[in-house]
Design a protein around this ligand. Structure first.
Ligand code: IMP
Length: 427
C-alpha cells in the first residue's frame, strides 16, 4: 500500500536521516532513490559512530529490507566498505536485507578523477562538488555509455567493460586535462573482485518494490541532497546531477504516484549550503559563525564548513510545490536559542518588483539579481532541548514555528530540539 517519501526542502543536510530513522520503525522497506556517496549521514550503532553514504539508514532497524534503486550511482569500493563496517558490528547485511538495483550505475575511479579535473578547470566558477564522480557518472548514464550493477553478473564481461571505460576516461584525463591516467589493469582487477563480492546483492529492485506495495507493506523512500540541488529545479548549475525531488523517488525506484501516501519535507530552522552558488539569506557575520558552531555545521562527506543563513520561506514554499509536500519536519530549532531578533525571508525584491515566489527555476544567474525581504521575529533565551510537548516551547519559539506554517500552508509535524533521537517535539 503506502509509500512515504522523505525529501530535503533546502540545499541538503536538513537532517533527513533522523526523520527516516524515526519512520523506519514502521517501514518494511527503506530505499535510496538518487545520488551516490556524495550524501552522508552519521549513525550511532552499538556505541560506534558510523558514516553511511550509500546503505540506507534503515539498516539499523533489523526488520527492514534496504534497497538501492536504479536512480542511485554506486561506488562499489564504498558500498563494500560500508557493508564490512556494518557486518563487523554484528548487523545483518546479507543479500536478503540489502538489494542493489541491476540498473544502478557504477562509479569508477576515473569518474572521480574527471570530477576533480572538471572542478579544477572551472577555477573560480567551480561548483564545489564532493568530487565523488557524481556528475561524470550521470553524464555517462545519460550518454548511454555507463556501466550498470547488473553487468557484474558476468564478471569477465564486466572486467572488459571496466577496461574500455577507464581507457576512454583516461584519454580525456590525459589529452584534455593533461593529467596522469588511472592504471587500467589494477582498476580492472579491483573491480572484478568487487563484482564477485557484490554480485549476490544485485536484484530487480522495482519488482521487490512492486511486490511489497501489492502486499500492503510500507516503503520509505530516503531522498539524498535537497530540492535546491535538484538537477532540473535547483539553482543550476550549482546543483547535483540527480533528481532529488519527490518525483525522483518514483523514477529512481520504479513505482507509480498512486502509491504515495505522504511526502515529508525536512528543513532546518535556518538555512545551510555547502559548495558554491547563490545563497540569498547567507550570513557572513558573527551570527552565521554562531549558527555554524552551535549547529555543528560541517559536511559529513567532505568535512567542509557549511555556509549558514536565515530561514527562507519562499524556498520552503517552492519545496512544498515541487514535491507535493504533505507535512514538514523542522530540525535544529535549538540552534537558534539566544539569537534575537530572528529574521526570516518572506519574499524577494528586485528593482521595485516584489515576488513571494522563489526565483529558482531561472537558475543561479537570475537568482543573484533578487534580494530577500526579511521579517523580524523575537527570539528566546530558554534552553529548549528538554521540550517534548508543544506546550514546553517558549511562546516565541511557538510563534516562529507558526509563522513558518502560515507561510507554507502545511503542518509542521516534528520539531527537532537537539541532536538526540528523543530530543523531538511531535505534533
Ligand atoms: P556533487 O553532488 O558532488 O556533484 O556536488 C554538487 C553540489 O551538491 C555541491 O554544491 C555539493 O556540495 C552539493 N552536495 C552534494 N551532496 C550533498 C549532500 O549530501 N549534502 C549537501 N550538499 C551536497
Amino acid at each position: 500500500m503506502p509509500a512515504i517519501i522523505v525529501v530535503g526542502a533546502q540545499w541538503g543536510d536538513e537532517g533527513k536521516g533522523r526523520v527516516v530513522d524515526d519512520l523506519a520503525r514502521q517501514a518494511h522497506l527503506v530505499a535510496r532513490y538518487n545520488g551516490g556517496d556524495n550524501a552522508g549521514h552519521t549513525v550511532v550503532a552499538q556505541g560506534h559512530v558510523l558514516r553511511l553514504h550509500l546503505v540506507p539508514s534503515g539498516i539499523l532497524h533489523p526488520h527492514t529490507v534496504c534497497l538501492i534503486g536504479a536512480g542511485v550511482v554506486v561506488n562499489p569500493v564504498q558500498l563494500a566498505k560500508e557493508l564490512d563496517e556494518l557486518a563487523a558490528l554484528g548487523i545483518d547485511v546479507g543479500p536478503e536485507r540489502v538489494k542493489l538495483s541491476a540498473a544502478a550505475h557504477i562509479i569508477l575511479p576515473t569518474h572521480r578523477a574527471l570530477d576533480g579535473a572538471r572542478e579544477a578547470a572551472r577555477g573560480r566558477e567551480a561548483i564545489g562538488t564532493t568530487r565523488r564522480g557524481i556528475g561524470p557518472v550521470y553524464a555517462d548514464k545519460a550518454a548511454r555509455v555507463g556501466l550498470r550493477a547488473g553487468q557484474m553478473m558476468d564478471v569477465e564481461a564486466f572486467g572488459q567493460r571496466v577496461a574500455e571505460l577507464v581507457r576512454s576516461h583516461n584519454r580525456l584525463l590525459q589529452e584534455h586535462y593533461g593529467l596522469e591516467p588511472v592504471p587500467v589493469e589494477e582498476t580492472v582487477q579491483e573491480h572484478v573482485a568487487l563484482a564477485q563480492r557484490l554480485r549476490p546483492y544485485v536484484a530487480d529492485v522495482s519488482e521487490v518494490v512492486a511486490e511489497a506495495l501489492a502486499a500492503g507493506k510500507t516503503l520509505l523512500c530516503e531522498g539524498a541532497q535537497g530540492t535546491l540541488l535538484d538537477l532540473d529545479h535547483g539553482t543550476y548549475p550549482f546543483v547535483t546531477s540527480s533528481s532529488c525531488v519527490a518525483g525522483g523517488a518514483l523514477a529512481g525506484l520504479g513505482f507509480g504516484p498512486g502509491h504515495v501516501a505522504r511526502v515529508i519535507g525536512v528543513s532546518k530552522a535556518y538555512t545551510t549550503r555547502v559548495g558554491a552558488g547563490p545563497f540569498p539569506t547567507e550570513l557572513t557575520d558573527e551570527v552565521g559563525v554562531r549558527i555554524r558552531e552551535a549547529g555543528g555545521e560541517y559536511g559529513t562527506t567532505t568535512g567542509r564548513p557549511r555556509r549558514c543563513g536565515w530561514l527562507d520561506l519562499p524556498i520552503l514554499r517552492y519545496a512544498v510545490q515541487l514535491n507535493g509536500l504533505t507535512e514538514l519536519a523542522l530540525t535544529k530549532l535549538d540552534v537558534l536559542t539566544g539569537i534575537h531578533p530572528l529574521r526570516v525571508a518572506v519574499a524577494y525584491e528586485r528593482e521595485g518588483q516584489r515576488t513571494e515566489r522563489f526565483p529558482g527555476e531561472y537558475g543561479a544567474e537570475e537568482l543573484v539579481r533578487w534580494r530577500p525581504v526579511y521579517e523580524e521575529l523575537p527570539g528566546w533565551e530558554e534552553d529548549i532541548r528538554s521540550a517534548r510537548r508543544w506546550e514546553d516551547l517558549p511562546p516565541q519559539a511557538q510563534a516562529y514555528v507558526r509563522r513558518i506554517e502560515e507561510a507554507i500552508g502545511i503542518p509542521i509535524t516534528l520539531i527537532g530540539v537537539g541532536p538526540g533521537r528523543e530530543e523531538t517535539v511531535r505534533r
